[in-house]
Write a protein that binds this ligand. Sequence first.
Ligand code: SAH
Length: 228
Amino acid sequence: MRARNQDKDQLQHHGIGMTSQRTRERLIERLYEEGLSNPRVLEVIRRTPRHLFVDEALAHRAYEDTALPIGHNQTISQPYMVGRMTELLLADGPLDKVLEIGTGSGYQTSVLSQLVERVFSVERIQALQERAKERLLELNLRNVVFRWGDGWEGWPALAPYNGIIVTAAAADVPQALLDQLAPGGRLVIPVGAGDEQQLLLIVREEQGFTRHVLDAVRFVPLLHGPLA
Ligand code: SAH
């Protein structure tokens, strides 16, 4: 019996090795080659178990640099895009309060939570949010507060934020998010529809906003209203 359990342990260990250890290293190398350069961001992606954020049936693909389905017609973001957006948020130094719109699986949330003081994360699909909450607790990431609601409105009660990240594509930049940005604060958001989306970085200056148009991207749409 004991021997059998040992075999099983080894098997499981081996299994995890196959789906995560070496493939995780390969993912980090690939992200570096693709241009991610913030060592802290790469290290956090390396140690975040992405396979826990997808269905078991997809766990073997968790360390591919690709978006994967998480149910409810939504996807877990591609690791490159998670890293890219996180680097853009952090490019001007450490951040205290970050608002995230589109919790989804909670993967981007957990990466962020290891790099900033506090994360406030809004999701419109309650079932996704509940599952994401559980995952972050399992990983003992406790500096995140969740809200079920409509990200178009941001989270005004706790504003302003030093950083805001949106992980679904908005037709236009939501005015509420601009309003909730602290002076010097940074908003990273995909804007556009279908094939015509661009990643924007918007920085709040003393007077007005500076808008940088960055990469062509592909995100699920930022929809309206909460969904039970
Ligand atoms: N960053 C997530 C990706 C989620 S996909 C991850 O890594 O898993 C985009 C998410 O945005 C989906 O969960 C979707 O339900 C959510 N979303 C879309 N419109 C929204 C809105 N108006 N308010 C809040 N969340 C929204």
